[in-house]
Design a protein around this ligand. Structure first.
Ligand code: GLC
Length: 560
């Protein structure tokens, strides 16, 4: 039944709020997405992952779902969605739905019922515990922290009970140990699979299983207090297999899991083919190469060796018995050309194309976040009011609480904010960047849209989009680029990334200058007389094994 279609797929991520607003109400919508499907297909994508389209009160912009079987009104109707599915399939684009099932919205009828009375049949669908009395004070049941700052527990009204939320307080964690919850989730997956969707992206999946009884984290897990009790929990592998047996394996479906700092051992087990859990997970370790300890608001000088390790290690460890994914951006990260020490005014084209080359020629399925293919940059937000993501505000308030001056706190937030990825798409230089016809969008537009937009990119001699087209053609059609084994060279080098891919008797060499300085490099032996497949500069200066790379130049060679 399984055809493993994901192995030479290219996935394009659409964040529906900000892609295209067809009815000029300030929100992106399904009709808008349909109008841009040719653009996505022509890029070379073969699948689209839609960030949540379901009914949601939007405390976390769609990641707090209040009905898993309904499309949110602002995006359209179920009939619109069905048309979208059909239009995608007509263009040979597979459809991957986001599944946010670690938690539901607190406005979901299950949760409302659960907290309405202690006898509610839904009470045990969530994680509800009595607080701890200390004198007159009522403390939360444990010291666990939410990923979005503060306690992970919220008191239920004036009762002495609390519910667990590992994200916003409007996102209540489900109790996966309750078989009724799993039955319902299986049913939801089958509902969408029966409609014809081709796969799922599971949101923060490795938090589904928690360690009971609930207890304090005395060691204070270094990443987040409590994490050792709710990351890679005791039943994770069993629950994923159950979803597979009862839903995923009944269709030719694909899954990608978004994991939260998994252990190496668990990460491997999630994607190991014979385990029948997930097809792939995301690896984000390389995206932490310019922040401190994975905390994205805390900037540090870019460390290329850390980037290389994060990008290439999973390619080696999952190669034998699993599959990998390749990511540069998503709706939770700033734009890639505006970080990693890159000057996005001076080297936007060079860096965007270099990043794509060194990332997507690796082992794994490419994921491209909308706008990345046109080299869109971060936004120069002027004040906190322009930021819509609640996380930006939580962290800002926390920093100010610690006594950080407002200006400094704002500069940290601006560095790591998810809002950068969530401003409306910049299609052209018309009002609101062509996102709509002039109604104020839900999130401010990047004022640079007049200068940096899709139309301008397509008209330019240095088009990031057209480079992506060429690169993705190679990625999909060259067997070595799909199946080759990755081997890194010269890990210690602080400017150059260089690796090979080997498949049968063929080899690809991928090289990138991750710096703004012209750099000489001696290519690995065995590369005698290689054929150049692609470079982001017209001229590639090689003589014998010596190559001289321009700022952010990248090249791929093939040796047959
Ligand atoms: C994932 C999503 C993120 C969301 C969080 C909680 O990390 O990518 O956008 O806020 O889960 O659902």
């Amino acid at each position: 039944m399984k055809t493993d279609w994901y192995k030479n797929a290219v996935v394009y991520q659409v964040y529906p709020f900000s892609f295209m607003d067809s009815d000029n109400d300030g929100w992106g919508d399904i009709e808008g997405i349909i109008s841009k499907l040719d653009y996505i297909r022509d890029l070379g994508a073969t699948a689209i992952w839609f960030s949540p389209l379901y009914q949601s009160p939007d405390y976390d912009y769609g990641y707090d779902i209040s009905d898993y079987r309904a499309i949110d009104e602002k995006f359209g109707t179920m009939a619109d969605f069905e048309r979208l599915l059909e239009e995608c399939h007509r263009r040979d684009l597979k459809v991957i739905m986001d599944m946010v099932i670690n938690h539901t919205s607190t406005e979901h009828p299950w949760f409302r019922d659960a907290v309405s009375s202690e006898d509610s049949p839904y009470r045990d669908w969530y994680i509800i515990r009595k607080g701890k009395r200390e004198g007159d004070r009522l403390l939360p049941p444990s010291n666990w922290e939410s990923t979005f700052t503060g306690s992970a527990w919220e008191r239920i009204g004036s009762s002495d009970e609390f519910y667990l939320h590992l994200f916003c307080r409007e996102q209540a964690d489900l109790n996966w140990d309750n078989p009724a919850v799993r039955d319902e989730i299986v049913d939801i997956l089958n509902f969408w699979l029966a409609k014809g969707v081709d796969g799922f992206r599971f949101d923060v999946f490795n938090m589904f299983s928690k360690v009971y009884p609930i207890r304090d984290d005395d060691q204070k897990d270094t990443f987040q207090t409590g994490a050792q009790y709710y990351v890679d929990g005791p039943h994770m592998h069993e629950y994923l297999r159950e979803l597979n047996d009862r839903a995923l394996s009944l269709y030719d479906s694909y899954t990608v899991g978004e994991s939260f700092h998994p252990s190496e051992e668990d990460a491997h087990a999630y994607v190991k083919k014979e385990n029948r859990e997930l097809d792939t997970i995301f690896n984000f370790a390389h995206l932490d190469a310019d922040n401190i300890a994975g905390k994205k608001f805390f900037r540090k000088p870019f460390d290329l060796r850390q980037f290389k390790k994060g990008l290439l290690d999973p390619q080696v460890s999952y190669y034998r018995d699993g599959w990998n994914t390749l990511v540069l951006e998503n709706h939770d990260n700033p734009r890639s050309v505006s970080r990693f020490g890159i000057d996005d005014r001076k080297y936007r084209y060079e860096a965007a194309t270099m990043l794509a080359t060194i990332t997507y020629m690796g082992f794994g399925t490419p994921f491209i976040y909308m706008g990345q293919e046109a080299g869109l940059t971060n936004t120069d937000f002027r004040s906190m009011d322009e930021l819509k993501d609640p996380v930006s505000h939580f962290v800002y308030d926390l920093m100010k609480g610690y006594g950080l001056p407002a200006k400094l706190a704002f500069s940290f937030i601006k560095y790591g904010a998810r809002d950068h990825a969530r401003v409306p798409m910049q299609w052209d230089d018309s009002v609101n960047g062509g996102f709509n016809k002039g109604h104020a969008p839900w999130q401010c537009v990047n004022p640079l849209y007049r200068e940096i937009n899709v139309r301008k990119d397509l008209e330019s001699d240095h088009s990031v989009y057209r480079y992506y087209q060429k690169l993705l053609q190679i990625k999909k059609n060259n067997e070595t680029a799909v199946y080759g084994e990755t081997h890194e060279y010269d890990h210690e080098n602080r400017r150059i990334i260089c690796y090979s891919r080997t498949w049968k008797r063929k080899k690809l060499f991928v090289i990138g200058n991750f710096s703004s300085r012209r750099t000489k490099y001696r290519l690995p032996e065995l590369m005698d007389i290689p054929e150049l497949l692609i470079s982001n500069y017209d001229d590639v200066k090689v003589s014998g094994l010596d190559i001289e790379l321009e700022p952010y130049q990248a090249a791929v060679f093939e040796k047959k």
